[in-house]
Design a protein around this ligand. Sequence first.
Ligand SMILES: O=C(O)[C@H](O)[C@H](O)COP(=O)(O)O
Ligand SMILES: [Mg+2]
Length: 325
Amino acid sequence: MAQESSQVAPRYLTGDKAGLREFLDKFDVFLFDCDGLSPVLALSAFPPRGVLWSGDLLFPGTVETLELLRNNGKQVVFVTNNSTKSRADYRKKLEGLGIPSTVEEIFSSSYSSSIYISRILQLPENKRKVYVIGETGIEQELRSENVPFIGGTDPAYRRDVTPEDYKKIAAGDESLLDPEVGVVLVGLDFHMNYLKIALAYHYIKRGAVFLATNIDSTLPNSGTLFPGAGSMSAPLIMMLNKEPVALGKPSQAMMDSIEGKFKFDRSRACMVGDRANTDIRFGLEGKLGGTLGVLTGVASKEEFVSGDYRPHAYLDKLSDLLDSE
Ligand SMILES: O=C(O)[C@H](O)[C@H](O)COP(=O)(O)O
Ligand SMILES: [Mg+2]
């Protein structure tokens, strides 16, 4: 909600050594958004987008900035809405980019959704299966919580709808509609199709809980935007006239689990991100002491300065924090 936003103009900290120092001193914990996907042409016509990296391109100064924070005793947590990866995948990615991290420091929307399903939802014994729209990250995290699932990357769902399918779905045929499905979980799916939407719709109509890993409308890639996870649940929202419970930023269910795990003082924590309506909103509605926007990602300066979700401060790029030294 816009009224949750900081109505004060955010402080521009690039090049402001004293301001940077003062800002950093206020916090013990930094929650970092990370992503930005493959900048195929990043160095030419399309600028890379992200916070720490864009695709396989690590932004200069990222490692040093994280090191600076750690050397000053700050706890670092990586919080990503990208459900296509698991925490283990993310750790590998961070390691590959030269960023030291542990799986424990990573919070992904795939993980957040899995713990919500296994530890919060009270599903009847015969309705414990999850129908997944999404990629391997979700599957890995569901497995780690021992949650049974169908769909996901199963090639059987990557096909056109046949005339028989319509009849079988209408008749509730168990070869297409598994009676044990009690949850539909929708994340970013690079193989989205009509069959997957139809099955998800019918599971929810039959009583399954409607969940989304996250509701980002778009996904940054190659310096521009592509359909995001929210665009996967959009057709279902339209069909059902019903919103899913979303488990990624800005959902406070995710903030509560992060706080539960790291036991931090919210007033001494700062969310760093590039998107106003997920990252910054997440920090504002979570009543964190600070939010820091970076201009290397989705949001423009105008959005940070006068949009609905304004960070407390913003920088041209993350590594500007190095000027605090
Ligand atoms: O559509 C999506 O899933 C998101 O755009 C994307 O994955 C965001 O990831 P984040 O910036 O939170 O790391
Ligand atoms: Mg981002």
